[in-house]
Design a protein around this ligand. Structure first.
Ligand SMILES: Nc1ncnc2c1ncn2[C@@H]1O[C@H](COP(=O)(O)OP(=O)(O)OP(=O)(O)O)[C@@H](O)[C@H]1O
Ligand SMILES: [Mg+2]
Length: 345
């Protein structure tokens, strides 16, 4: 089997009847970084717990490597799965020093264990910290120790449940890039949970979009962003303007006038327009008139709220070469073809 990890129609219903996962079929290739992205309560942690063996599935199966580790009859306990886990709160043992934390799960003899602990400390850039206690470390350093501890037994699969959410934004970007690099170097297959869209888009080889326990789409980041399988997926990853339109072939009529479509369609459709696809101009005669309702300035670009003549509201991202103010009368047009979905989907 080509996959390092696979679930087949995996379902989880808890004892109180709450349905956390419904028929989820996921797969990750060896060395891949797969992100589970979804809103709070969508089933991400439950999925990791099923993969690790902390929960039993109520239907379907889990494969790690070429082996079934859970299905209707079989169940391999967590300690026999070769799966490592890094939690949001790091979960380091508070009274054990860094070296003790990292070496905790290693069954090898003392000399072998020390060697592996040293290797891990070098890898995460903390060679001089082996005797510190967790409370003597910064948040980012604790995060690295947690990663070193999870990687020390050479797991086949590493599960990461929102491991960066306790870090402030600068450190977060720094640490997540470091972690990504370490996983690349060690060719570890990783399943990463986040509800940060930017994190998912920038780090992942593949993204699984999960909503209310269902897998909506599994694909590479640029596919999920540029060719979402539904308007719902489009809204779960990035911003989307949705406009009703009437399509015929590769064009559609909408409140933005005649627009070009990626795929031929006919009849009533919903257009999905990313904010950066909208072009704003003060002079252009070709666009549709709009009034600037609000503007948020981010230095490298700006986010602009627009209202068309009939009250339709749109959000646009534009560059900062032009000064845009609230109340400005502008023209808005589309610079590229857009996706159209069956109306109501
Ligand atoms: N032990 C449990 N018993 C009953 N219901 C549970 C249990 N654990 C989780 N759930 C429910 O299953 C659903 C999925 O929860 P889960 O923790 O997997 O969500 P999540 O996607 O990780 O959310 P978050 O982003 O908030 O961490 C939720 O509705 C939750 O209330
Ligand atoms: Mg969770």
């Amino acid at each position: 089997m080509a996959f390092a990890l696979e679930t087949d129609n995996l379902g989880k219903v808890f004892a109180d009847g709450s349905i956390a996962l419904r028929d989820v079929s996921l797969r990750a290739r060896a060395g891949e970084f797969l992100t589970l992205l979804g809103p709070s309560g969508s089933g991400k942690t439950t999925m990791l717990r099923l993969l690790a063996g902390f929960e039993r599935p109520t239907s379907g199966s889990v494969w790690i490597g070429a082996k079934i580790v859970a299905d209707g009859t079989r169940f391999v306990p967590p300690e026999q799965r070769k799966v490592g886990m890094v939690f949001q709160d790091y979960a380091l043992f508070p009274h054990v020093d860094v070296a003790g934390n990292i070496g905790f799960g290693l069954r090898a003899g003392a000399a072998q264990r020390d060697k592996q602990v040293r290797r891990m400390l070098d890898m995460v850039g903390l060679p001089k910290f082996s005797e510190r206690l967790p409370h003597e470390l910064s948040g980012g350093q604790q995060q690295r120790v947690a990663l070193a501890r999870a990687l020390a037994p050479n797991p086949d699969v590493l599960l990461l449940d929102e491991p960066f959410s306790n870090l402030d934004s600068d450190l977060r970007v720094h640490i997540r890039n470091d972690v990504r690099e370490i996983l690349r170097e060690t060719e570890t297959t990783a399943i990463f949970v986040t509800h940060d869209q930017e994190e998912a888009l920038s780090l992942s080889d593949e993204i699984a979009v999960i909503y209310e326990g269902r897998l909506l789409q599994l694909a590479a980041p640029h596919i999920i962003y540029n060719r979402p399988s539904s308007i719902q997926v489009a809204k779960l990853i990035g911003e989307a303007n949705v406009l009703p339109a009437r399509a015929q072939g590769l064009t559609a009529r909408s409140r933005l006038g005649e627009v070009k479509l990626y795929h031929p369609r006919s009849g009533e459709v919903s257009l999905m327009i990313r904010p950066e696809a909208l072009h704003i101009d003060h002079l252009d005669e070709t666009g549709v008139p709009a009034k600037v309702q609000w503007r948020e300035f981010f230095g490298h670009n700006q986010r602009v709220g627009l209202a068309l003549g009939d009250g339709t509201e749109l959000v646009a991202w534009t560059g900062v070469e032009r000064y845009i103010r609230r109340g400005d009368q502008v023209r808005v047009s589309l610079g590229m073809p857009v996706l159209a979905y069956e109306a109501g989907k």
